[in-house]
Design a protein around this ligand. Structure first.
Ligand code: PEP
Ligand code: MG
Length: 889
């Protein structure tokens, strides 16, 4: 195997091997863009190193060969005393993990070569500044020295000199600082800073490999669901310098605004600086547009390169560049992260520009982004005081108590508080605080600062660079203009779409995207915003492409109507137990307690008209569309009072010698029905088999309601669904009774009802015997909640709170199987049952109505195994439609 690739050898499709950065550096090199020469060590080499603790045997020689070639090309040797070649050693995994892994710049400087660099550059200050940066970065990332020690020494040097920024330190100051830094290394790391350039490089390469497994990198991967075994590539790139004076600098640019998607000039530029200064938000940058006045030639060239890249990648790109004495260099590009709204807008813009087609546009957005756009926003007419405004870095409306460090953010959020993490600027160590917080507010840094990039990646609300806020993290407070002090625990609100910061809680209003789905805002209308327009078009693309139909889980007319507005093509699950709550609970209680046939008949008779009315309403809300009604499923004790509470009541009444016959009867019933494992007990079809008249009452209500709708010229399309079937015999018995009731109602009303009868598949045995079950079922609906519960043996009501955190931390699964379908286990059973069912009955209709029906990844799976529809809660219907469209394109 080959472990090292020159930039001229790779291309953008080799991300698995070269990482994102390496693949794109190669791509740009081959596009003829100005990329400093270099080479990439593959992720494969990293994996060998991480698995065995040693680099692959061949790596050293391969690196030497590529370094030789690089030296020849550049006409100088790494660390050469009179004219050193310097390189950067940068991490670069397949998926971008901003700031999570290590990078070392200026490798090749030593006590000797720093002199050579000074002479060659004609700039002593620059050479010593580069050297102190090397020792600082190398000390921190390679040798594990506490970075604050260097920062403190730098601060002290600035104070001693009475200057505000590091650029005002002169060569002599920096020389002294280098001595200081070397001392810090010696005492902290117990070794001298290495003077041999190759040793520097090799140690830096290992440090980059190792940084794959730092705690913060692991946390980030878990958060972003990036697999833990990919490893990182390492890019060795010849250095160009942005810190060579005012005609040099470094910056970050986007080909479009990553927040709005608008085309234009977006980015930040920092004169006389090296790359890390921008991302770290250490000095405040100027808007990229100002580069035009600073260095018109480089600016024009950059604009042209940006256009080339956008047309080449056919997408928004972000770019890191450096200008060295008027010469522009590209250090990185990638398809850029963007906000959810921008993703939709950019996708439609690119279609309009003819760069991509509809199918590709669907790949550029996700259901998760759509879900994000459906969250409520702040009421713009709020009376709550606005106290500041920063950069709208990542949209959303977040309200919470101000906290000033990550530790508190995590602690408070664990105890159920909503918090906003307020920092001067964030760094990778703030990651767990950022995850815990509702939103992030910083007083420094631009759109490309760490806080902004990470928050956007996580879809978390962020306002950054709110400069008029004075954040004092040591005293845990912030002072707002006018002098008011916000203390830790005070509630603030931040609007990541406008950048506004408020003191107090701002009320929220529905998002325009929801207003659109609700039909209260129309695409194409004059006042519709661009976002609604873009969502409207993308949804149309999805609806044209998708094969899966999307139904709703709904059990009342109101939900059904909303679902319909959101695009539901029917109801896939009406849980009738929801119709037995409230006032009606007592009727069910009477049914359960009935001692005689007559008593039972009486309570069933009382329930019938109520059930029928429910169904009439549901059928009219879903007129013309299928409505799957599931007969009663939960264990009966759920309709009875709590056993402990009732025992106390009975005991009290007894001791007070009050009458308590009814309570006593009830208590006996509760005892009788008590089960150790109710979810594996008397529920589902089993209820129908042991409680005479229960299911037939429900079937009668359905049939009569359908007949009534028909008489009113409606178009009811009822489907009757039997839950928790494990064997075809259960279904056959219930089915026979149901068929008879339907026949009676047909005869009595003179209508032809055509009610389909089917079953849920939610037990392993049902899935395994699906071929037999299909003999008696006209449709299957996979109840993947119970199926997951029974396949794994996980109690769906308990596990999330008990041991799932440990499972997730240990990487046993990356996401709860109750959230995303477990393809290998539960999914195989779904596939098997679907195939067996269709073998018996080719026109068997197949759907899913567990929570997975609205989960993006699961929707793709259900598409692949050939189901006819997914059913999910009304609010998730747009997401399911979109993902079904994406799955089919
Ligand atoms: C299921 O088990 O997946 C299902 C839809 O039924 P319920 O969640 O009501 O048990
Ligand atoms: Mg179920």
């Amino acid at each position: 195997v080959k472990f090292v690739y020159d930039f001229t050898e790779g291309n953008k499709d080799l991300k698995d091997l070269l990482g994102g950065k390496g693949a794109n550096l190669a791509e740009m090199t081959n596009l003829g863009l100005p990329v400093p020469p270099g080479f990439t060590i593959t992720t494969e080499a990293c994996k060998v190193y991480l698995d065995s603790g040693e680099e692959p045997a061949a790596l050293r020689d391969e690196v030497s060969a590529h370094l030789d070639a690089l030296e020849q090309r550049m006409g100088k040797k790494l660390g050469q005393a009179d004219d050193p070649l310097l390189v950067s050693v940068r991490s670069g995994a397949k998926f971008s993990m901003p700031g999570m892994m290590d990078t070392v710049l200026n490798i090749g400087l030593s006590d000797k070569s720093v002199q050579g660099l000074a002479k060659q550059a004609g700039d002593e200050r620059f050479a010593w500044d580069s050297y102190r940066r090397l020792i600082q970065m190398f000390g921190k990332t390679v040798l594990g020295v506490d970075g604050d020690l260097f920062e403190d020494a730098l601060e002290a040097a600035k104070e001693a000199k009475k200057v505000a920024v590091d650029t005002e330190l002169e060569a002599a100051d920096l020389k002294k600082l280098v001595t200081k830094f070397k001392k810090i290394v010696k005492t902290q790391a117990g070794r001298d800073f290495p003077q041999d350039p190759r040793e520097q490089m090799d140690l830096a390469i290992h440090a980059v490999f190792d940084s794959w497994n730092t705690d913060r990198a692991k946390l980030y991967r878990r958060q972003e669901r990036i697999p833990g075994d990919l490893g990182t590539a390492v890019n060795i790139c010849s250095m160009v310098f942005g810190n060579l004076g005012p005609d040099s600098g470094t910056g970050v640019a986007f080909t479009r605004d990553p927040a709005s998607g608008h085309q234009g000039v977006y980015g930040d530029y920092l004169q006389n600086a090296q790359g890390e200064d921008v991302v770290a938000g250490i000095r405040n940058t100027v808007p990229l547009a100002e580069l035009e006045t600073i260095d018109k030639k480089s600016y024009d060239q950059l604009m042209q390169i940006m256009e080339t890249l956008e047309n080449h990648y056919k997408d928004l790109c972000d770019i890191e560049f450096t200008i060295e004495r008027g010469q522009l260099w590209m250090l990185q590009t990638r398809v850029g992260k963007r906000t959810a709204g921008a993703a939709f807008r950019i996708a439609t813009q690119l279609v309009d520009q003819g760069l991509i087609d509809e199918a590709e546009a669907l790949q550029r957005v996700t259901g998760a982004q759509l879900a994000q756009l459906m969250f409520p926003r702040f009421d713009e007419d709020t009376k709550v005081a606005q106290v500041g405004r920063g950069i709208a870095a990542s949209p959303g409306a977040a309200v919470g108590k101000a906290v000033f460090d990550s530790y508190t953010a995590v602690k408070w959020s664990r105890s159920g508080e909503k918090v906003i993490l307020v920092r001067r600027e964030t760094n990778p160590d703030d990651l767990d605080g950022m995850i815990a917080a509702e939103g992030i507010l910083t007083s420094r840094g631009g759109k490309t600062s760490h806080a902004a990039v990470v928050a956007r990646g996580m879809g978390k609300t962020c306002v950054c660079g709110a400069e008029e806020l004075e954040v004092d993290t040591k005293r845990r407070r912030m002072t707002v203009p006018g002098g008011h002090v916000v203390e830790e625990g005070d509630v603030i609100s931040i609007d990541g779409s406008s950048g506004k910061v408020y003191l107090g809680e701002v009320p929220v209003v529905p998002s325009p995207v929801v207003e659109y789905f609700e039909g209260r805002m129309h695409a194409g209308a004059n006042d519709a915003d661009e976002l609604v327009e873009a969502v409207h078009r993308i949804m149309a693309f999805a609806d044209r492409k998708r094969r899966l139909r999307v139904r709703a889980n709904a059990d009342n007319a109101e939900d059904a109507m909303r679902a319909r507005r959101f695009g539901a093509q029917g109801i896939g699950l009406c849980r009738t137990e929801h119709m037995f709550l409230g006032d009606r609970r007592e009727l069910v209680e009477r049914l359960i307690l009935a001692d005689t046939e007559a008593e039972r008949e009486e309570s069933l008779k009382a329930l019938l008209p109520l059930q029928k009315q429910d169904f009439v309403e549901l059928f009219s809300a879903m007129d013309g569309l299928p409505v799957t009604i599931r007969l009663l499923d939960p264990p009966l004790h759920e309709f009875l009072p709590d056993i402990t509470e009732l025992s106390v009541r009975v005991a009290l009444a007894e001791s007070r010698q009050e009458p308590h016959e009814n309570e006593l009867r009830l208590l006996q019933a509760v005892h009788r029905l008590h089960e150790q494992n109710p979810m594996l007990g008397l529920r589902g079809v089993r209820l129908g088999l042991v409680i005479p008249g229960l299911f037939t009452m429900q079937v009668r209500a359905i049939a009569e309601a359908a007949a009534e709708r028909k008489a009113a010229k409606g178009d009811p399309r009822a489907e009757i669904m039997i839950p928790l079937v494990g064997t075809v015999q259960e279904l056959e018995i219930v089915r026979e009774e149901a068929d008879q009731v339907v026949a009676e109602v047909q005869a009595a009303t003179g209508t032809d009802l055509k009610l389909a009868i089917g079953t849920m598949i939610e037990l392993p045995r049902a899935a395994l015997t699906a071929g037999q079950i299909a003999e008696a079922a006209e449709f299957f609906s996979f109840g993947t909640n119970d199926l997951t519960q029974t396949v794994w043996g996980f109690s769906r009501d308990d596990v999330e709170a008990s041991f799932f955190t440990a499972y997730l931390e240990k990487g046993i699964f990356g996401v709860s199987p109750f959230e995303t379908i477990d393809k290998d286990g539960v999914g195989s059973l779904v596939k098997l049952a679907a195939e067996a069912g269709r073998a018996t009955r080719p026109d068997l209709k197949l759907g899913v109505c567990g929570e997975h029906g609205g989960d993006p990844e699961s929707v793709h799976f259900f598409h692949e195994v050939g189901l006819d529809y997914v059913s999910c809660s009304p609010f998730r219907i747009p997401v399911a439609r979109l993902e079904a469209g994406r799955a089919a394109s």
